[in-house]
Write a protein that binds this ligand. Structure first.
Ligand SMILES: *Cc1c(COP(=O)(O)O)cnc(C)c1O
Length: 403
């Protein structure tokens, strides 16, 4: 058998829980990616909002290789300098007083939900167990996080599920107020729903959820796995809503492509994680934390956050121009560089066709459900790359519309 790696190997050797496209990228630089045949793509996907500073950013590469020649791993029996530095930076830049590290968004949310239950049991006793979450929410793929997520397709067949979880409609404050009670230990929400279709929370809703949590002694958990680390135009999206959570989860962009997750919380809440109550072998891994520290250093600057705003405006203008020609978008929405173009009803179910046509025309985009084309380019994308990406995507749309 030939040693040339091909897409067929996926079907032959890998679990069939994904359906990857035909091309296999082998190299990336900034916002450009090249496949096995040397074809170039402009990356408007960054994985799924992961490679925050594009591919192979020199500062991240330097952090990775420098740390890689010093120390890769320790157990949590000892601490390490990169984890301590990253924790301090996250605390200084946010509402939080303490940080717990893990390796993914799902694990960060699992930790947040467990912490909320633990905190409630310590402070309010055994009756305060209930978690309120939102329909169409996405919080990860562990059994607890798929149960809390609001997409039944991810729990079907995995029953019995953990109990005490209620779902209400997103952006519906009346529904939340009707569901919350003194039995609620936490409300978990994305400040803007990502997988659910790029649906920003309204300020009134997010502030109302905070008030309802306060009135019922319930913790508020913001899942910023997708919206965090500059993606929304501020370091974390909550800054734009005028309220802080008690617990916040971060992953995806945090490592810029290196697996790392974090759960941030106030002192009072985090105090419920005692020695031995929770843990993670890789959490606080020196390599991961060294890279994440470089990500935070670069993202949390006026240059990058200013570029997010400028590229946001450029992207919206480009999508509006496409829409002026074809009238296929009902709404262009989102925050910063996490944007969705929601298709008009006639086009419902066809978002993936734009992704596929994009690849044919040298631009990688995403979908968020069957009706929304999603864009999550690098936060440092140059103006010229965005212009070229929009030109290529315009051709892709022309082709799909022409049939
Ligand atoms: C991607 C995502 C997760 C899950 O993160 P993993 O790293 O895949 O476990 C959780 N919450 C949100 C909002 C996400 O977008």
């Amino acid at each position: 058998m030939s040693d040339a790696v091909t897409r067929d190997w996926f079907d032959q050797y890998m679990a069939p829980n994904y359906n990857p496209g035909a091309v296999i990228p082998v190299r990336g630089k900034g916002s450009r990616v090249w496949d096995q045949d040397g074809h170039e793509y402009i990356d408007m996907a960054t994985g799924i909002a992961v490679s925050a500073l594009g591919h192979c950013h020199p500062a991240l590469l330097d952090a990775l290789t420098t740390q890689g020649s010093h120390l890769w791993h320790l157990s949590n029996v000892m601490t390490n300098e990169p984890a301590l530095r990253l924790a301090r930076k996250l605390v200084e830049a946010t509402f939080a007083d303490k940080v717990f590290f893990c390796s993914s968004g799902g694990e960060a949310n699992e930790a947040a939900l467990k912490l909320a239950r633990k905190y409630a049991s310590e402070h309010f006793g055994a009756d305060k167990r209930e978690i309120i979450a939102f329909k169409q929410a996405f919080h990860g793929r562990t059994l607890f996080t798929v149960t809390v997520g609001g997409q039944p397709k991810y729990t079907e067949g995995f029953e019995p599920l953990p109990g005490g979880v209620t779902h209400v409609a997103y952006n519906d404050l009346d529904a939340l107020q009707a569901a919350i009670s003194d039995k609620t230990c936490a409300v978990i929400m994305e400040p803007m729903q990502g997988e659910g279709g790029i649906i920003p929370g309204t300020a009134e809703f997010v502030q109302g959820v905070r008030a309802a949590c306060d009135a019922n002694n319930a913790l508020l958990i913001f899942d910023e796995v997708q919206t965090g680390v500059g993606r929304s135009g501020t370091l974390y999206a909550y800054e734009q809503f005028g309220v802080s959570p008690d617990i916040l989860t971060s992953a995806k962009g945090l490592g810029g492509g290196f697996p790392v997750g974090a759960m941030l919380a106030t002192d009072t809440v985090m105090a419920s994680l005692k020695v031995g109550t929770h843990g993670s072998t890789y959490g606080g891994n020196p390599l991961a934390c060294a890279v994440a520290e470089a990500v935070i250093d670069h993202v949390n600057t006026p240059e990058i956050l200013g570029n997010v705003k400028a590229r946001h405006d450029q992207l919206v203008a480009g999508l509006d121009a496409i829409n002026a020609k074809h009238g296929i978008f009902e709404q262009v929405r989102g925050m910063g560089l996490l944007m969705g173009a929601a298709l008009v009803p006639d086009w419902h179910g066809r978002a993936r066709e734009f992704l596929t046509a994009g690849v044919e025309h040298g631009v990688m985009v995403l979908v968020a459900g069957p009706n929304v084309v999603r864009f999550a380019p690098a936060l440092n994308m140059p103006e010229a790359d965005m212009a070229e990406a929009l030109a290529r995507f315009t051709k892709a749309v022309d082709q799909v519309v022409a049939g």
